[in-house]
Design a protein around this ligand. Structure first.
Ligand code: CA
Ligand code: CA
Length: 511
């Protein structure tokens, strides 16, 4: 395995720490990024491990090990494992999140960017489900902070937006960090973005990580054929989605009351804890998804991250305090500090990790972290009671902690502290094989994927032009031409844009 890593893995090593390059200005780009980025783990890697790896390229694993301190052996070992694993599986994920009152959503974004650095996964999009104007903007700022500003951000459009309280971290991030989204109106509708991405995805390839409520998922499942796909939402999810991993429920002994994203439960209502009462609308949304989702669905209940609640005695997985080791302007550290500033002070910022526990399973699988019970059916009652039963042919389940709370916390917090890679300034290749054809919704332009071979980076979307006219953005491999601008016989041009926002050369048709 290690020999394979040496021979095959090395050529895939990323060069994330190239000299700082020029980057396109983002909205509000006056922040001093030297203050706001790149934590100590990045510096340690830059100064040590990568230098060692590059200098010892071709040296066999054993002699390499002899030259390294135990600390570096662990780091190199994990790099080997990461890149070896990445040869076989590059997960493609969509994060569905509600950055607003809980900072664990920011912890999830940090974890995903860290796993993307190591080549474990690609973040196809981040969907916001919260009604704050600043929630999608905070997502955009976070992607920009990690030098992946072009990752598409979808938004739940059913409810009108309202401003976040100025004490909230989503408000602060939106007002203090550069971002690509100017307002939430600039974010595409999450349902449409989901459909466009899933329509071009490989069969059963996309993992949806839901760490907020399931309103976006409900809209997706209820959607009908549109310009992106002739399939219903349910058929599209069945075709393209590999797994839905959700933070929600309560599976202590396979049965209990939810108190989180699935609507809470009236059984937990107490005079001093009205927030734990059932939210009927949220409960109804979650029931719809659980009853109609055709893809494998696995939940991590509140007892995993926050099991020290209401006498459950399941243990908390506490993370966050390690963020204090990052630079003062690090966006995730700042989010945690702002969250706690009005809740006892920003000096102590560790908390339970419900969202991260669910995300860890969704992105990496059970590994040594969890026992996974995935061959059954979950039911959620109108009063918030959750029940899981093994069922022949069942594809729904839950995970229960296998590793210790401390071990899970260390895995999660280490990922939350992942370095910020330098911006990928090398452009993707041109899309290939442009064709005009007739799709289900009329005339359409299709192409084959462009390539982006800088490790830790990928194609975010495609720009479509006719002549000098910009026709629009495509989040897949097709673009409908039912409403083209009148550019006569001017050639069509399609370019790929990587997650860093660098646009490649055009594939050209006609002219
Ligand atoms: Ca959340
Ligand atoms: Ca590149």
């Amino acid at each position: 395995m290690f020999k394979l890593a040496v021979l095959v893995g090395f050529p895939r090593l990323p060069s994330p720490f190239d000299a700082f390059g020029k980057r396109a200005p983002l909205l509000g780009e006056s922040i001093d990024r030297r203050r706001s980025g790149r934590g100590i783990s990045g510096i340690a890697l830059k100064a040590g491990v990568l230098k060692i790896i590059l200098e010892t390229r071709g040296v066999c694993y054993i002699s390499l090990m002899k030259t390294l301190s135990p600390f570096r052996i662990i780091l190199v070992y994990s790099l080997f494992l990461g890149w070896t694993a990445s040869l076989f599986a590059m997960e493609q994920v969509i994060l569905d999140t509600d950055p607003s009152y809980d900072p664990d959503d920011m912890g999830c974004m940090a974890m995903l960017h860290g796993m993307a650095n190591a080549g474990e996964l690609e973040i196809l999009a981040v969907m916001n489900v919260f009604h704050h104007e600043e929630s999608p903007l905070a997502i955009s700022a976070t992607n920009a902070f990690y030098n992946r500003a072009a990752i598409p951000v979808g938004d739940y459009k059913v409810l009108p937006k309202e401003p976040a309280p100025e004490t909230n971290y989503d408000w602060f991030l939106a007002h203090h960090y550069p971002r690509t989204l100017a307002t939430s109106d600039d974010a595409p509708d999450a349902t449409s973005l989901y459909r466009e991405i899933l329509a071009s995805a490989e069969p059963k390839s996309v993992t949806i990580l839901v760490v907020g409520t399931m309103h976006n998922l409900e809209q997706l499942l209820k959607s009908g054929p549109d310009a992106h796909s002739p399939l219903s939402g349910i058929d599209l999810v069945e075709r393209s989605v590999k797994l839905v991993a959700s933070m929600g429920g309560n599976f202590i002994d396979g049965k209990g009351y939810d108190r989180t994203n699935w609507g809470g439960a009236d059984a937990l209502c107490r005079d001093d804890r009205t927030w734990a009462c059932l939210v009927e609308e949220q409960n109804a949304v979650s029931r719809y998804v659980l009853e109609h989702c055709p893809a494998p669905f696995v939940a991590s209940g509140w007892e995993n991250g926050n099991g020290q609640f209401n006498g459950a005695e399941q243990g908390d997985v506490r993370t966050g305090q390690g963020l204090k080791k990052l630079s003062e302007g690090h966006i995730v550290r700042v989010a945690y500090e702002k969250h706690f500033a009005t809740r006892g002070g920003s000096h102590k910022i560790d908390r339970h990790s419900n969202d991260q526990c669910a995300l860890l399973y969704g992105a990496r699988g059970a590994r040594y972290y969890y026992h996974a019970f995935v061959d059954g059916k979950i039911t959620l009652s109108p009063t918030g009671e959750v029940c899981w039963k093994p069922t022949p042919g069942g594809i729904q389940g839950y995970v229960a902690k296998k590793a210790s709370d401390a071990a899970l916390a260390e895995v999660i917090e280490t990922l939350m502290m992942s370095p910020v890679m330098d911006r990928d300034l090398t452009a993707p290749t041109a899309p290939g094989d442009l064709r005009l054809g007739s799709g289900h919704a009329g005339k359409e332009l299709t192409w084959t994927p462009a390539l982006e071979d800088t490790p830790g980076n990928w194609i975010a979307y495609y720009n479509v032009y006719q002549g000098d006219d910009f026709l629009g953005r495509a989040h897949g491999l097709r673009f409908g031409l039912n409403d083209p601008v009148d550019s006569g016989d001017a050639p069509y041009r399609v370019t790929a844009v990587n997650v860093a926002g660098i646009e490649g050369p055009a594939g050209i048709l006609g002219g």
